[in-house]
Unconditional design. Structure first.
Length: 158
């Protein structure tokens, strides 16, 4: 009985071993991902995804979908890719750094925009906020909103 108990304990310990071969932050592909991906998902209008690559030549890819964010996104309505200058990219990274200084905001609502940000600037970070333009200052989301507005500006001026 003693050996059987030891056997069961060893089997359970071996069974708990992680089978994952790599850890996210040591995966070489992690450093090739976009420096940022921001999804702006309104309940009743077109979702938009902004992506910026991390290597030269810098590009902003803006993808707009046909459907409504809170329902069916449907197909791609438009895709626009613009090349960013060094200055634009530098400004964008500066705004991204400020956007990554966010509080633990727990504001929620039924309808409205949800903004999701994924970044690999320093380490992989993903966050989502409901209606960041609602009480922005009180919620500490000024940098987040400024980043989105800058992405919108870049995608519309070219």
């Amino acid at each position: 009985m003693k050996y059987f108990s030891i056997f069961l304990i060893l089997v359970s310990i071996v069974g708990c071993k992680s089978t994952r071969n790599t850890i996210e932050y040591t995966d070489p592909g992690f450093y090739l991902r976009p420096v940022l991906k921001m999804k702006v998902v309104p309940t009743f209008s077109n979702p938009v995804i902004y992506e910026v690559n991390r290597h030269k030549p810098y590009h902003l890819l803006t993808t707009t979908y046909e459907g409504a964010g809170g329902y069916d996104w449907k197909g791609i309505k438009s895709k626009k890719r613009i090349e960013l200058t060094e200055e634009q990219y530098s400004t964008l990274v500066s705004k991204l750094e400020k956007a990554l200084e966010f509080p633990k905001d727990k504001t929620r609502g039924m309808d409205g925009d949800t903004w999701m940000l994924e970044s690999s600037l320093y380490q992989y970070t993903a966050v989502a906020f409901w209606e960041p333009e609602h009480k922005t200052d009180q919620r500490g989301l000024e940098g987040f909103v400024k980043l989105k507005n800058y992405l919108t500006q870049l995608s519309t001026e070219n």
